[in-house]
Design a protein around this ligand. Structure first.
Ligand code: 9MJ
Length: 696
């Protein structure tokens, strides 16, 4: 594009794009366009630093390192909020409000209670001039340099009329996906692991070097006006939030006006249901009188407003006892320590085990058996042990000893230099690796062989009937029907699998004998080769034999395949035992009498330009729930044939979510992000229209 922007236009445009991305969750332009304009801006500022504006996005990368934070005295105190925990206390709160207001039903502004750090932002003539932490409510710390790095905080207010002075309050927090990504990376690279997103936000905001804050995935929501001059504000809390929104400040999308105690109760229940699907931690709802006039009349107690209350949710962190640590061996031999816990109700479920990731994590936490630990279960993430309560120790706690040999096969456990993962070296002799390998092989995105539950796989391996995945294809109805399944429950006797189930299993195995190449590659369980890499490989190498011959360079030239992945692929196809299994799976009947005879269907080849011309090119879809008309794999393939990407998780990059019956938390998240949701009927209509157009 050959447009020429003035410096001011460029700053405004970039700020607008950032706002639509970070505040409105509705990107206007692709990331590449933002990056291109940003580079132009940097060039302009480098050639003449005197032009750098207060609100230039380049000022978000961090400033000089401070030796300490200055103290800031808040002109208007930052209040704290009283807590309630049950319905009786809610009734009490509403009764107090009704008695004061003198009406039968009171209007409230109901808001999710974000679990981060309260801050005050001061805008003068629309420019962010100061950010401060809450501190004790009266005196906080000046964190302006750090706040500037948070993309959701506008450096300049937008909109038609901007106040001369605005003190806006809100919460800085770390979204769950950013927190998980941060910790995952820290665990692998020895960085700082945080116990929960709140600590992560606090630790990030407390950095004296704002360049460090700039690297942390923080965000912000505004929820209260401390003071405003030079702009008439609406006389309700909700109206004021709408004004804040119109000034370019992000406001939580789940805030509602509700009536009476019934409205409050329904709101609480509704947000509680949505909680696990949100991408951020909330610890309750905040209920405020909606009328500013009534708020003013009610005033404050010594510490808290009389006109608002925090109705807390059951906690997502609880204390319990670490009873034992077990070591589980995965498909690739990775040994994962798993905490066995005294069962505890946390985050909406009873938790009795939690991952401990690896040996370093045990050391980092300083964990001992018998310890009182903090268990965190938030959203869809698997439960974690986030800390140890050391002062609860009584001296009987025992050290955790990481095993030197595999608990399942006795082979040596090895941990390579620089790797956080320890692995069982037993490979072929290790029943755990075989079990997990079979589970993966039969799974939905791999060979999709229905009916092979954990117990059946376990028994097939322990009885010696299946020694590798190729053996599955030689199982007879007799082999299967005579399997004795352990019910996993002391009160019940083992039971025979029976002929009906056996027949179904054999049919499922037979059905999988024709399979697309990418699914077969994925099923092989090569380290680092997930479904999407398998697809890349299948579309590049038309035949399995070509992939098997591919060298390191040919592989690293492909998109999404790094040096480590390429090495794993090359190593996999060098291993004689793997070659033997592949041969038994796919050899033609005339080549081998002992072949499973699996037929691999190649992916239709497309040139890159063809692919870009496909109707759904560049769009990412997510599937949730059960479609009536087709299974998930078919839906996925149909979308991919039309050029779409199909992802397992919802993010801002998702174009639309396709929703079947009983959708999960992905639908909640999609709604939260304001994404398009397509239901089955519309999906089918679109598919048939697009497929027809494709063929023409
Ligand atoms: C949180 N934490 O989400 C307030 N809050 O309003 C909401 N906190 C608040 N409002 C006035 N939604 C003081 C604090």
């Amino acid at each position: 594009m050959s447009e020429v922007y003035s410096y001011r236009e460029l700053v405004d445009l970039l700020n607008r794009y950032a706002r639509s991305y970070y505040t409105e969750d509705a990107p206007e332009v692709p990331d590449a366009e933002y990056d291109r304009l940003y580079r132009t801006l940097v060039e302009l500022e480098t050639s003449d630093p005197s032009i750098i504006a207060e609100d230039s996005p380049t000022r978000r990368v961090g400033d000089a390192v401070l030796s300490s934070f200055d103290k800031v005295t808040h002109k208007v105190m930052l209040m704290s909020m009283g807590d309630i925990f049950n319905n009786d206390e809610l009734l009490d709160f509403d009764r107090r409000m009704r008695e004061f207001v003198g009406t039968a039903s009171v209007e409230y502004c109901a808001e999710p209670k974000l679990d981060g750090l309260a801050v005050s932002l001061i805008y003068e003539s629309g420019i962010l001039v100061q950010a401060a932490t809450r501190g004790d409510g009266r005196v906080g710390e000046n964190i302006t340099a750090n706040a500037r790095t948070i993309k959701a905080i506008p450096l300049r207010l937008s909109g038609k009329s901007v106040p001369d002075y605005l003190d806006v309050r809100g919460e800085v927090f770390m979204p769950r996906d950013g927190f998980e990504r941060w910790n995952e990376n820290a665990r692998q690279n020895g960085g700082k692991v945080f116990a929960n997103p709140r600590n992560a936000a606090a630790g990030s905001l407390r950095q004296l070097d704002s360049k460090i804050t700039a690297r942390r995935p923080l965000t912000f929501n505004a929820y209260y006006v401390g003071e405003c001059r030079g702009l008439e504000l609406p006389d309700t809390q909700y109206g004021r939030l709408k004004t804040l929104e119109s000034l370019g400040l992000p406001v939580n999308p789940h805030i509602r006006v509700v009536n009476g105690v019934q409205g409050l109760r329904e709101y609480y229940e509704d947000i509680l249901t949505k909680r696990s699907g949100l991408n951020y931690d909330i610890d309750g709802v905040v209920l405020k009188l909606n009328s500013l006039q009534l708020q003013k009349e009610m005033g404050f107690t010594a510490k808290t407003p009389r006109w608002a209350i925090a109705y807390k949710f059951p906690p997502e962190e609880m204390m319990t006892t670490l009873v034992d640590v077990e070591f589980q061996v995965g498909r690739t031999g990775a040994v994962t320590p798993v905490a066995k816990l005294q069962p505890v109700y946390v985050g909406g479920a009873t938790v009795s085990s939690a991952t401990l990731h690896n040996e370093d994590e045990i050391r980092r936490l300083g964990l001992k058996i018998g310890d009182t630990v903090i268990v965190r279960r938030a959203g869809d993430v698997i439960p974690q042990v986030s800390g140890v309560v050391e002062h609860k120790r009584n001296g009987t706690e025992k050290e955790i000893i990481f095993p030197e040999v595999c608990p399942e096969c006795g082979s040596k456990i090895e941990r390579l230099e620089g790797e956080s993962v320890a692995r069982c070296t037993g490979e072929l002799v290790c029943p755990a690796q075989l079990r997990e390998g079979i589970r993966h092989f039969v799974s939905r995105d791999a060979m999709d062989i229905e009916g092979f539950g954990d117990r059946i796989v376990e028994e097939l391996v322990s009885s010696g009937k299946v020694k590798n995945v190729a053996d599955l294809y030689f199982l007879t109805e007799n082999d299967l029907s005579s399997l004795l399944l352990d019910p996993g429950n002391d009160n019940h006797k083992p039971r025979l699998l029976g002929t009906v189930t056996a027949k179904k299993l054999v049919m499922a195995i037979n059905k999988s004998r024709v399979v697309p190449l990418d699914r077969f590659i994925y099923a092989l369980g090569i380290r680092d080769v997930g479904s999407s890499t398998a697809r890349t490989l299948a579309s590049h190498f038309e035949r399995l034999s070509d992939l098997m011959k591919a060298d390191f360079n040919a592989l690293t030239n492909l998109p999404d395949i790094g040096t480590v992945g390429a090495e794993h692929i090359v190593d996999f196809f060098r291993e004689p035992h793997n070659l033997e299994i592949i041969d038994r799976l796919v050899a033609k009947p005339w080549e081998s009498l002992f072949s499973a005879g699996i037929e691999l269907s190649p992916l239709p080849q497309r040139s890159e330009t063809d692919a870009l011309a496909l109707p759904l090119a560049g769009r990412t879809y997510v599937l949730t729930g059960t479609l009536e008309s087709m299974d998930r794999n078919t839906a996925k393939e149909k979308l991919q044939e039309l050029g779409a990407k199909v992802s397992g998780s919802v993010s801002k990059k998702t174009y639309a979510v396709i929703c079947g019956a009983d959708p999960g938390s992905k639908l909640t998240k999609a709604t939260e992000l304001g994404l398009r949701v397509i239901y089955e009927e519309e999906f089918l209509q679109n598919l048939s229209k697009l497929s027809l157009a494709e063929k023409q």
